[in-house]
Structure formats: structure tokens, C-alpha cells
Design a binder for this molecule. Structure first.
Ligand code: CA
Ligand code: CA
Length: 262
């Protein structure tokens, strides 16, 4: 009888070792799935098209952006400007640093220019009711992220007209920014995948056109984590890493690197 506890203990160790190996191999496969996502490459599409994920085992999480479609507050006229605290989720600052009045966030509804936005409302980055002629704003929102995790960022963008110089820069945290010349006459969906660098990330939109109250429209802002559906992934098989696999990061991409195992 005294042998049984020892035998059970040995079996337990072997069982646990097997599970750990399978866990390790599963993590390796999951990391390989995430590696299929091309980071920092800008994709564009016409609504309502969506850029497909590069693997059937990848999923998108919930939208981390509050009021990303600018549907709140509901306009009682075709357009209005609001102090930041009136617009859930968003903060604004004037690009003209000499302007000491409260920064305004301008919302417009779909009837103003018949632009067919996402749902009913959107924002214009070159706002109104500034203290000078330059009413351009930087629009910001911060949200929780996990460092080294991959996120899909999408937003709709459109120029108000073709007669005024339009442009927008989108910043993701401190490390990455993209610039867009918005199309006239139609919305465009911009998609990019980024790797977060901290537990809080700030997304901001800055109007880079001329400060003249004719600005870039933004709508349908989304940030969603790209995750791997490990439950329905094929089970690990084939070549295994020799030695102890370790996590490594190259060009912001996450993977297990067998060749570097020691
Ligand atoms: Ca909207
Ligand atoms: Ca402008």
C-alpha cells in the first residue's frame, strides 16, 4: 500500500508534465495565429465592408471605445458644439494654444450634408465657436489595454468638401501615428492593427488641414483586441520545440521562437 502514494505521485508528475507540454504547444500555435496579423499596415475599404482577419481562428473582442459613433448626446438641431464633458468618452483640446475658452466638440447629423454616416451622427474635427478663426481640435479617448497584445483600430473618415485642405493624424499611444487625406464624396473605413505598449492607451485624432472651420469628419471609431479562439483551434501536433521555448518580440510581433530556445 505504501507504494501507491509514490506511484500516484509519479503519475501525477508525468500527467502534469504532459499537460504543461501541451499547454506550451498550444500557446505556440496561438502565438503563430497572432503572427498572421500584419501590424501597422493601413487598410482602407468602403462602408460597410470590413477587412477580414487573416485566420479563421482569430476573433475580435468588444469595442473598447465609448461613444465611438458620436451618437451621444442626441442632436436637437442638425449640428451643435459641446463642451467635452457633454460628449461621453471624448476629450478635446484646441490646436490653437492661445485659445482659452473651453474646447468644443462639434457633432453633426446625417441630414446636414446628407453624408450617410454610421447611424445618425458624426464629428467634425475643425469645429466651431472657438475664440479665433482656427477651430481645429485634437480629439482624445483613453482605454485599458495590455502591453504586447494586438488591437484592431478602425474609424470612418471623410472630407467635408473638396474646396478646403483636409487632413487628419491618428495617434495610438506614444509610439505610432498615421496620417490620412480624407476622401471627398464618400466615407472610407481605415483599419490598422497595433501592438499596445502599456495598460492605458490613448487614441487621438488631430485635424491637420487649415484652421477655417471646414474640417475632417470622423465616425464609427472602434478598438478591439485580436484574440485567438484556442478552444476550437486544431490540437498541437508535429514538430515540437527542442528545449524550453521562450517568448520573444520582433517588430512588435508576438511569437514563440523555437530556434532561440536554449
Ligand atoms: Ca455615428
Ligand atoms: Ca479646415
Amino acid at each position: 500500500m505504501k507504494k501507491y502514494p509514490l506511484l500516484l505521485s509519479c503519475l501525477s508528475v508525468l500527467f502534469c508534465a504532459q499537460i504543461k507540454e501541451e499547454d506550451s504547444d498550444s500557446a505556440e500555435l496561438a502565438a503563430a495565429e497572432l503572427n498572421k496579423v500584419s501590424l501597422y499596415e493601413i487598410g482602407t475599404a468602403a462602408p460597410p465592408s470590413e477587412t477580414p482577419l487573416p485566420s479563421p481562428h482569430l476573433r475580435l473582442g468588444e469595442n473598447l471605445i465609448t461613444n465611438g459613433s458620436f451618437e451621444s448626446p442626441v442632436l436637437s438641431a442638425r449640428w451643435a458644439t459641446y463642451n467635452s464633458e457633454m460628449v461621453p468618452g471624448w476629450q478635446a483640446s484646441w490646436l490653437d494654444a492661445t485659445c482659452a475658452t473651453p474646447p468644443q466638440i462639434e457633432l453633426q447629423n446625417k441630414d446636414l450634408f446628407s453624408t450617410a454616416p454610421h447611424e445618425n451622427q458624426y464629428t467634425e474635427l475643425d469645429a466651431d465657436n472657438a475664440c479665433t478663426a482656427d477651430a481645429r481640435v485634437k480629439l482624445m479617448q483613453s482605454f485599458r489595454t495590455e502591453a504586447n497584445h494586438i488591437y484592431r483600430v478602425t474609424f470612418w473618415v471623410r472630407a467635408r468638401d473638396a474646396e478646403h485642405l483636409m487632413g487628419v493624424r491618428a495617434d495610438f499611444g506614444q509610439g505610432y501615428a498615421l496620417e490620412v487625406i480624407p476622401p471627398t464624396g464618400a466615407w472610407q473605413i481605415v483599419t490598422v492593427h497595433i501592438e499596445a505598449t502599456g495598460d492605458i492607451t490613448t487614441l487621438s485624432f488631430t485635424d491637420t488641414g487649415v484652421g477655417d472651420t471646414y474640417g475632417t469628419f470622423i465616425d464609427a471609431v472602434e478598438v478591439r483586441e485580436v484574440t485567438v479562439d484556442t478552444e476550437n483551434m486544431p490540437k498541437p501536433k508535429g514538430k515540437k520545440c527542442k528545449g524550453k521555448p521562450k517568448q520573444s518580440f520582433e517588430n512588435g510581433r508576438r511569437h514563440k521562437d523555437c530556434s532561440r530556445a536554449r
